[in-house]
Ligand binder design. Structure first.
Ligand code: EPU
Length: 421
């Protein structure tokens, strides 16, 4: 449990570089289990979910350790397919261990994965795809057990919807399957192409990653590889949102602006000046000028408006000059942060997947609680624009995706500090 005190009203100024993307690093760590030689992931942020992943890798018998800012993994001959319940329950990304452990051990037990409570998060697409490749799937009350008595075999699979996690699971499984797998209706998020680049560098043959049709020629032994994961587009959007709510001028460097183009477009529509270069962007907002509302945003799979940026967009539009609405098409409970926004004086209402933002008025400091990772970050961003001090209680959500968001914002000039425990 951590408490942050954020005093609003200070314009931000400076340059910042996002860390490597959480949503690349977590599947990459699982994918190292497919390799027969050591692997190195460079420049990995010290996130709570990374720590959980290292514990999970060690719990199943792999070697994984920090080496400065890198993570080095080493293969071991004996792996065990039982994922401990407390590690599975600590993050959604425990699901990424299904395919590698099924391939390596012939059997894997996954207790129910945890993660942010964004609504129901079934794993049926992962399971039906693995079943199509020859896995036997047994869903028990508190876990799922997968077994195989022969090597997995390539299959032609159409995903019922473009799930990021299921695309990664089936892409990993296909690398170890005999024959060719075609994944249709696959997710196209940049993190998928990033994991595919790592696997291809280790010897896999994955074509079409980042498009809706992936073709994987399986059965090749994977060596090791060193890989620099993508910069985190959601962290980049968080710094951009902070500049927009607090006002000032912030340059986010070492990132790929085209990976958050819809979010930057939303900031422009709200009245911010946004300049982009191939690997950086600058957000400029006059602190005295009210932001423009009247936005209707709807999240979608890549290349649409990313669901993870929806609470950040809400923080930006809270006190804009006209009402706005945001609909989350991916998750049923994306806007649990609405309660915190309301406590800060915003006119806001969440009903199911829809968030209504009344605009106008002003925010004031309040005692609020981070409901989930991105909702917690959005509350921190909103507090930068509030009069007075916000006390944000975080049961551990924000550290799952940002190594130290409070310090990042402080470096840009925000009055933001953790309370001593
Ligand atoms: N879905 C199913 N069945 C499945 C899989 C997914 O119905 O078998 C549904 C989900 O319930 C959801 C939709 O499909 O409604 C999209 O889920 P998806 O599988 O694409 O998401 P995910 O893999 O669980 C990843 C990120 C999320 C991000 C989403 C969408 C990781 C570790 N997590 O989740 O990131 O919101 O893709 O882009 O990669 C975060 O970083 O805070 C976060 C939640």
């Amino acid at each position: 449990m951590q408490i942050y005190r954020i005093t609003g009203g200070r314009a931000l100024c400076g340059r910042i570089r996002p860390a490597a993307a959480k949503n690349s690093v977590l599947p990459l760590l699982a994918a190292t289990l497919l390799c027969s030689e050591p692997c190195r992931l460079r420049g990995v942020p010290r996130l709570a979910d990374v720590d959980t992943s290292l514990r999970l890798l060690r719990a199943v018998g792999a070697e994984a350790a920090w080496q400065g800012g890198d993570i080095l993994t080493k293969p071991t001959a004996l792996l065990c397919g039982d994922i401990p319940p407390q590690l599975a329950g600590a993050m959604r990304s425990s699901v990424f261990y299904l395919a590698p452990l099924l391939l390596r051990c012939g059997r894997v037990t996954l207790p129910l994965p945890g993660g942010c409570r964004l609504g129901p998060r079934p794993v049926d697409i992962h399971l039906s795809g693995l079943a199509a490749m020859g896995a036997r799937v047994e869903a028990r009350a508190a876990c799922v057990v997968l077994t195989r008595t022969a090597p997995l075999r390539g299959a032609d699979i159409t995903l019922r919807l473009p799930s990021v996690g299921a695309t990664l699971t089936l892409m990993m499984a296909a690398c170890g399957a005999v024959g060719t797998t075609v994944l249709r209706g696959a997710a196209c998020e940049p993190e998928i192409a990033d994991v595919a680049a790592f696997l291809n560098a280790a010897g896999a043959q994955i074509h079409g990653a980042g498009t809706p049709v992936l073709v994987v020629r399986g059965g090749r032994a994977l060596r090791g590889a060193a890989h620099i994961p993508l910069p985190d587009r959601i962290a980049a959007a968080t710094y951009a949102a902070a500049a927009a709510t607090a006002g000032g001028q912030v340059t986010v460097e070492g990132c790929r602006p085209k990976h958050l183009a819809p979010f930057l477009q939303h900031l422009r529509a709200a009245g911010c000046a946004v300049e982009t270069a191939p690997d950086s962007f600058t957000v400029l907002r006059e602190p005295a000028r009210r932001l423009r509302g009247g936005q209707e945003l709807c999240t979608a799979a890549w290349p649409g408006f990313a669901t993870d940026t929806a609470p950040l967009a809400a923080a930006v539009l809270l006190t804009a000059d006209a009402p706005s609405r945001i609909y989350d098409a991916l998750f049923e409970n994306r806007f649990a942060c609405a309660e915190g926004f309301a406590a800060m004086g915003a006119r806001v209402g969440a009903k199911g997947r829809l968030l209504w933002l009344g605009g106008g008025g002003a925010l004031h400091g309040a005692a609020v609680t981070a409901p989930d990772l991105r909702g917690g970050a959005a509350l921190m961003v909103a507090a930068l624009a509030a009069r007075g001090t916000t006390q944000l209680t975080d049961p551990g959500c924000i550290a799952r995706g940002y190594a130290d968001l409070c310090a990042d914002l402080r470096d840009l000039g925000a009055a933001c500090a953790p309370e001593p425990c």
